[in-house]
Design a protein around this ligand. Structure first.
Ligand code: NAP
Length: 341
């Protein structure tokens, strides 16, 4: 029985020794300080509050003063895709044991520092894969078929004055995926259902698939009409979509980014779109979120969404449950559910 089930079922537990043990565990868990880095889901916050001593690292008049007061009680940090745990924070928390990220990407966590300090790290893989892949396809369709622009056209009453112009077909196009991991593979599966030819670039070839592999991203971009970025953000993949890659994709090409903003050299992307060197872009992520280059706002061939790849009620609950499950496992000395390190 998990700690969460215990709260509901304690009256039915017949074994007094087991009951006492669970009460001790719960009492101990109550005293564990868990620092949350940013407002995430209300459900996650409630679940954390029920189990731990929840501390919030935002809306503070002085973070230094807060750390001075609480650093010795904080044993876990819960961050997300945008706010993780850098070396300075890890150094400021001498009792830190685990960083549990409410995201699959862990680029905002200083993994080297965690390794050095023996701090465990977990993420939320798999449960968000479908949502992010769905959004990638949604962005392709919205960009090629101008769905957002058509919506605005109808709502401002422009249809009375004439039909909307022709757009571009998606079915049957060639799709290149950067990073054929969990999300990249789910995008590939969906693109196949649209009759697309799928190819990819990853660190390694995936012999279990029939998709064409390119060891070089420029070759991938030269040979596809729609390039979708779905890889991990690391030093090697920072600005992996460069001026050269954008030019290889060319004036008929579409770029979709549901990875991380820093995968794309954003100023190069803006120039290419303004100069007509790229046909369009669908972007969920940006280099300096929530800042988005204003030059993109008036472009009808660009669809912008505010980093909502995994933001559905269903998936956010599953992600929160995974964060809680990892923290419970750690503090009960059980194997972590989804360890990164
Ligand atoms: P994953 O299963 O670990 O896949 C990552 C992929 O990135 C792998 O195919 C890997 O290639 C590739 N990769 C890593 N380093 C590379 C490099 N140097 N060059 C080329 N490819 C490289 O991860 P996932 O679950 O699919 O998630 C992927 C990413 O999506 C996350 O890291 C996160 O940044 C992003 N994401 C975004 C949202 C959103 O809301 N927009 C939500 C969730 C995730 P190999 O297989 O060859 O190693």
């Amino acid at each position: 029985m998990s700690i969460s089930e215990f709260g509901q079922r304690k009256s039915t537990v017949r074994n007094p020794t087991k009951t006492l043990t669970l009460i001790v565990i719960i009492t101990l868990m109550d005293t564990i300080g868990v620092l949350t880095m940013y407002p995430m889901s209300q459900y996650l916050e409630e679940q954390l509050r029920q189990r731990f001593n929840l501390l919030k690292f935002w809306d503070l008049s002085s973070k230094a003063e807060f750390l001075h007061r609480n650093s010795h009680s904080i044993r876990a940090v819960v961050g997300n895709a945008k706010y993780g745990a850098d070396a300075a924070l890890i150094d400021a928390l001498p009792k830190l044991e685990i960083v549990a990220s409410y995201s699959v990407g862990f680029d905002q966590i200083d993994l080297a520092k965690c390794r050095e300090r023996g701090v465990r790290v977990t993420n939320t893989p798999d449960v968000l894969t479908d949502d992010v892949a769905d959004l990638a396809i949604g962005l392709v369709l919205a960009t090629l078929r101008r769905i957002c622009e058509c919506d605005r056209f109808v709502k401002r009453g422009a249809w009375n004055k004439g039909d909307y112009k022709l757009t571009t077909k998606f079915s049957g196009k060639s799709v290149g995926i950067v990073g054929l991991g969990r999300i990249g593979s789910a995008i590939a599966k969906r693109a196949e259902a649209f009759g697309c030819q799928v190819s990819y670039h990853s660190r390694s070839m995936k012999p279990q698939t029939n998709y064409k592999y390119y060891s070089n991203i420029i070759d991938l971009a030269s040979n596809c009409e729609i390039l979708i970025v779905a890889c991990t953000l690391t030093d090697e993949t920072h600005h992996i979509v460069s001026h050269k890659v954008i030019d290889a994709l060319g004036p008929e090409g579409i770029l979709i980014n549901i990875g991380r903003g820093a995968h794309v050299d954003e100023s190069e992307l803006v120039s290419a779109l303004l100069e007509g060197r790229l046909a369009g872009a669908g972007l969920d992520v940006f280099e300096n979120e929530p800042e988005v280059p204003e030059e993109l706002f008036s472009l009808e061939n660009v669809v912008l969404v505010p980093h909502v790849g995994s933001d559905t009620l269903e998936t956010c609950k599953a992600m929160a449950d995974l964060v809680i499950g990892n923290l419970e496992a750690h503090f009960q000395n059980k194997p972590l559910l989804t360890p990164v390190i």
